[in-house]
Structure formats: C-alpha cells, structure tokens
Design a protein around this ligand. Structure first.
Ligand code: E4P
Length: 213
C-alpha cells in the first residue's frame, strides 16, 4: 500500500519524504502556503520522487487541457488533478492520449469512479471524509469502486482521499486500496500507541536497575 502526504507544505513534505510515496495538493492546501503555486510545486517535485498531484482551476475542457499541459511541464512526476465533471472527463480522455497522468478529484460515487476509469484516468480520488461529513459511508464507496475496477481490469488506481483519522487509513488497508493520501497530523498519529509509549517508559525505568559492569 502506498501512502501519499496530502499537503502543500514543504516543511511537512521534507520531514516525511523518507516515508511517503507521493504528494497530493489542492487549491485550498496551496492557498494556506501564501506562495506562488509554480514555486511551491517545483519545490515539492524536487523533494519527492513519486507522483505529485497539482490541480487545474479552469472548468472548461480546453482550459483544463491547457493548464494540464503547463503543469505537466513543471516536472515529470506531476499528476494533473481534474475535477469530476463532464468537461473534466473530456479533458482526461484527451490528456490520456498525450500520456499526461491525471487524478480525477472530487469523486463521491462509484459511478463517477467508473466514468473516470473509462476515460483513462491514471488515478481516482474518492473523498471519504467529505462523504462521511454529509452523512454517507465514504469507505463504503471505496468498497464499491475496488471490485468494479478489478472486474473490468481498469488500470486506474484508487487514492483514498479526504482522510480524517487513522481509522480511514486502516479501513483503506483492509479493503486493499492501493493508495491513501493522508494529512500530516493523521500520518504522525499512525506511529503512536499509548501502550508503546508506556512500554518504552517502563523498559527505561527497569534498565536503571540493571547493575553497571
Ligand atoms: C485529495 O486529493 C484532497 O486534496 C483532500 O484529500 C481533500 O481533503 P479534505 O476533504 O480534508 O479537504
């Protein structure tokens, strides 16, 4: 299973670059950095060897294709995030022919994921946290997408996105999702367990009782 970091913060990416397999950004994450996007994207692509998702903001097919080509020129590991709309899927289809890698974003249903795969998306991002927030079952949608992709042999990879807590990562792993993109705070939580900390403290305390040679 691959773990991506869901952030545009260069310090967070640098700290966890030894662990993560890729990075996803979106316009809201980029806005937090208060720096020009091209500068941030170039820096991230220099730190991470794996795929780095960068989102278009145009909403029409030709505008998305134009922006996608510009983003793809920044570095060979750029993956262009395209929103799940009809125009977006037309753009994905055209970009697939040019071998530009795409990540279809804002996916909330298995049917949307089916269309993204049919159009040749490299990745599809179901937003599990936002589905849960709206009273749905985010991981249930992932559980629907995975067998559909297997059934038809679609090469599109599922990125479990909008991850809110370690439970989402665990469920993604149990379902066999190939990738989860995880915010910094959630990724850091995966290392910890209260019994690990208590165990270390007890071992260190007991170590003091061992006679020195
Ligand atoms: C994924 O690619 C998105 O950037 C992200 O996971 C959205 O998460 P949010 O719902 O917490 O904004």
């Amino acid at each position: 299973m691959k773990l991506y970091l869901d952030t545009a913060n260069v310090a967070e990416i640098r700290e966890l670059s030894w662990l993560v397999d890729g990075v996803t950004t979106n316009p809201s994450l980029v806005a937090r950095e208060k720096r020009p996007f091209s500068e941030v994207l170039g820096e991230i692509c220099g730190i991470v060897r794996g795929p780095v998702s960068a989102e278009v903001v145009a909403l029409d097919r030709d505008g998305m294709i134009r922006e996608a080509r510009e983003l793809a020129r920044v570095a060979p590991n750029v993956v262009v995030k395209i929103p799940m709309t009809e125009a977006g899927m037309q753009a994905v289809q055209a970009l697939a022919r040019e071998e530009v890698h795409t990540n279809v974003t804002l996916v909330f249903s298995a049917n949307q994921a089916l269309l993204a795969a049919k159009c040749g998306a490299t990745y599809v991002s179901p937003f599990v946290g936002r589905i849960d927030d709206a009273g749905g079952d985010g991981m249930g949608v992932v559980a629907e997408i995975l067998p559909i992709y297997r059934h038809y042999g679609f090469p599109t990879e599922v990125i479990v996105a909008s991850v809110r807590h370690p439970g989402h990562v665990l469920q993604a792993a149990l379902l066999g999702a190939p990738i989860a993109t995880v915010p910094y705070e959630v990724l850091k939580k995966l290392f910890g367990h209260p019994l690990t900390e208590a165990g270390i403290a007890r071992f260190l305390k007991d170590w003091q009782k061992v006679p020195k040679a």
